[in-house]
Structure formats: C-alpha cells, structure tokens
Write a protein that binds this ligand. Sequence first.
Ligand code: ZN
Length: 75
Amino acid sequence: MEGRFKSNKSFLGYDSMKKDLMEIICCPTCKGDLALTVEKEEENEIITGSLSCGKCNVDYTISEGIPNLLPKNSN
Ligand SMILES: [Zn+2]
C-alpha cells in the first residue's frame, strides 16, 4: 500500500481521496471548507463523489478516487 502512494502525483499532489484529506483540502477559489458527498467508498477512500463549496456554489467531482479541484471560473 505504501508503494502506491509514492507513485505519480495527480492534481494538487493528491494520489487518492482519503477521508483524512478533508482536514487539509479546501476550496481552490475561496479557501473555504468543502462539503463532502460520498457516492462510493472503499476502505476509507472515496472512489466517487463530490466536494461542494457553499460560498462559491460550485461542485468538484471525485472520480476514480481522485478529486478534481481545478477552479471552474477560468473560462
Ligand atoms: Zn469556494
């Protein structure tokens, strides 16, 4: 299991979406807290779900265990 976490880094350096990440993860736009919605989880890791910011009214998806926290106001 350790080896896996030393592999390629994904967005923002997170390899997977563990629940522990909720303590350090925040909205990339306003740096506020994000609300987690879990659709599918395995062994304390969120596989599919979403992170939503109430201030920005934006949802960030979690897909295949990877949170996509790219700001959506860049277009
Ligand atoms: Zn926000």
